[in-house]
Design a protein around this ligand. Sequence first.
Ligand SMILES: [Zn+2]
Length: 503
Amino acid sequence: MKLIVKKCLSILFVSALLLLVIIPAPLISEQQSYSNSIEDDFQDLKRNLPSLRNMLFLDPAPSSNYDDREGKKVSMVIVHHTESPTLKSTKCALNSTGISVQLIVDRDGSITLMVPLEKRAWHAGISYAKVQTDNVVEELQKLNDYSIGIEIVNTGLEPFPEEQMQSVKDLILYLMKRFKIRKDMIFSHAEVGTIVYNSAIEGYTIRKPDPHKLFDWELLEKNGIGLHIGDKIGLQDAEQKIGEVLYKVGDKNKSILKLKKRLNNFFYKILPWHDKEGNVIFPDNNVGYSDEFDENFVWVVNQFSMRHLPKGIRKGLLLKLEREDILPELLGEYGSCAFNKFTSLSDRIKTSLQPPFLNEEDYKCLLSSLVQYGNNISSDAFATLMYKIKLYYDSYLRYNISSSLYMPFKLNAFAKLDALKNEVLFLKSMSSEKATEVSSLINEFRSEVLSDFENFEKQWFQEFKDTWKQKFIPNMEKQMSWTALHETILEYLEKAKEEVVRN
Ligand SMILES: [Zn+2]
């Protein structure tokens, strides 16, 4: 027994010695220098990105907004644009909705670290990539497990400044080196975010449009990040080739089935995330593809176009259409309708409560409360709202029309109405009979105006749906058909990927 223990000990001792000899010193210290601490990550970033030293910030996200990778290894980077217009609003939106991202790059190129890099942040959601590691091809979902997310401050309608792109580049190079991430494992959220069926528009669409078409994939590729054809094709050549449509929606043949398999092998999810009935379709496995260029496949081609067509062509592609892109002209009409209703309500209340039903003092208060409320919902108020919406519409901030202009306006109209009701009901000389009467008048008005707002929203959405079907989709033919340019690019990418994976 003793002997065995002694023998074991000596084996242990010899192996320990061997380990010390075999493992080169730098590897040990490299492993030791990284830990799960965000402070260590921050210091490491500072050491490795000396030119950005003063542009690096640490702002830890609440630890309830991220978790462990459960044994999965970091093997990819996913880039996003924020849609939110500023760094501050982005951090607010992330923290308050319980989602997270490891890093944010602001317009000036400054970088904020929010989640320890070894931890799993929640930025990619439903996602898919077919990847090859050590001769094993795997279909991965829930890419948060494997990825580091970078949010880039951009509303989705503006170019990415050079300083910002430079920082994104430096940051990804750092991550690639530290986590040994292959160059083909740099993805956009749009291309891994999958296609979904959207019952509201009764059609398929991409889940995520970010980062948008003006993102400088060419700059990254030049620096060894991601796969892209870059300047290996001239603009003239590209323009000619994009005119040669090989397959388009509705076509049906064996080569389309082959193309779907090639795109899936390249890493795209071909089938939507879930079908019309809401059943999740995973894995793809090249199985169950039809030989038709169907209405969901056009979106896969769009994902490919937005990411891989050359810059000169890409900048002319149509972006995702949002409800906010349809100017809600009808709001003005609904507005004057609501104001007329209020005028008649106001008249009825005045007639019903005029002295002697209220004393003079209370009646004066009542009149002033009514006038004040009227200002919130007057034609002027709606005109001002429409004016602001038009300003937003002409700027890159139009994605905010609903959340920053329309909704607050609507909520304010009802909050102030509740306040008005309280004011009136608590007038000292108000009898309980009159209080009941006025209360029900105001309630009636409230529900009528609420239904006006709801009708307006329905009409706004209907207009969006019509524009989607009649104008938007037909105009997207270039990015939704498979052309000779797409074919040339895919062939190039397949070769480039093979080379990267082989090495
Ligand atoms: Zn995203």
